[in-house]
Design a protein around this ligand. Structure first.
Ligand SMILES: NC(=O)c1ccc[n+]([C@@H]2O[C@H](COP(=O)([O-])OP(=O)(O)OC[C@H]3O[C@@H](n4cnc5c(N)ncnc54)[C@H](OP(=O)(O)O)[C@@H]3O)[C@@H](O)[C@H]2O)c1
Length: 267
């Protein structure tokens, strides 16, 4: 799909990756509907993006009904980029049942319900594209990440299944799966280092990958250095080996540092 003149709804627009995705989409001439929870930050972002006609819609996707309301308020949407996410980092028992529900809702249920609300009109128009921002945590499970792993594995499965329904009918569905992102975003904010030798990527590369997914109708674009892409592919194919490796002292130490770096309100 050509992005020029298309309307694109982007959730999590004010976050580290959201800002880079917004810049990449606006740079291709898309008109953005930017969403997150803070009006002021959304307005400032809309004003600094290239192009004209960008709008903002405030939504707390952790609230029941918010995903459907956002889709309705967004109006006609050619492209959805479901990017909003919570780190969901920590042991399962560190979370209250309400916090578990919130992470599941923001990371998995809201993208599903937005897609449900938006794709019938895309099918009627005969074009549209849905992008779901997952993670290499949707391929590799690690300590203190079980809730996040559940949402990101789930989002990949959902998107691939949906693609088999919509692809033959002219609507694209893609997954963008970043590895460790430096400079901005939830991993950088946690202040932890990736495990030795894994390497990092940048928010700008995630923005480029999102554009590539839409323009070339990619099934999945993984945004990470070659060694991490290869390892995650192997880990997905051999969970018995990857789970044993991740359970070791080095994996536990790295995961603890990441989990402890995330602020309490991001549970
Ligand atoms: N950073 C990485 O290393 C990395 C790696 C792989 C995948 N990812 C994925 O990339 C996506 C973006 O992550 P990021 O690193 O940019 O995180 P981030 O900097 O923490 O930004 C998260 C965004 O989601 C929004 N958000 C959080 N809770 C929300 C809620 N309840 N309702 C609506 N919006 C909400 C935040 O805005 P408000 O707080 O204003 O609502 C913010 O715009 C996520 O899906 C994440 O899982 C990130």
């Amino acid at each position: 799909m050509e992005l020029s003149g298309r309307s694109a709804l982007l959730t999590g627009a004010t976050g580290g990756l959201g800002r880079a995705i917004a810049a990449a989409l606006a740079g291709r001439g898309a008109k953005l509907i930017l969403s997150a929870r803070k009006q002021e930050a959304l307005d400032a972002l809309a004003a600094e993006l290239p192009g004209e006609g960008h709008r903002t819609v405030v939504a707390d996707l952790g609230e029941p009904g918010a995903a459907e309301r956002l889709a309705a308020e967004a109006g006609e949407v050619d492209v959805l980029v479901a990017n909003a996410g919570l780190p969901g980092a920590g042991l399962l028992t560190d979370f209250t049942p309400e916090q578990v529900t919130r992470v599941l809702r923001v990371n998995l249920e809201a993208p599903m319900l937005m897609a449900r609300a938006l794709y019938p009109a895309m099918l009627e128009r005969g074009s549209g594209h849905l992008v779901f921002v997952s993670s290499l945590s949707g391929k590799v499970a690690s300590p203190r990440t079980s809730i996040y792993n559940a949402t990101k594995f789930g989002l990949r499965g959902f998107a691939f299944g949906l693609r088999t329904d919509l692809g033959p009918r002219g609507v694209g569905v893609s997954v963008v799966s970043p590895g460790f992102v430096r400079e901005a975003g939830m991993f950088a904010e946690a202040g932890a280092k990736p495990p030795p030798g894994m390497g990092t990527t940048t928010p700008e590369k995630v923005g480029e990958a999102t554009v590539k997914a839409i323009e070339r109708d990619k099934v999945e674009v993984v945004v990470a250095p070659l060694q991490l892409r290869a390892m995650s592919h192997f880990a997905l194919a051999t969970p018995s080996i990857s789970v044993r490796a991740q359970s070791g002292a080095a994996g536990q130490k790295a995961a603890k540092a990441v989990a402890e770096g995330h602020p309490e309100h991001k549970r």
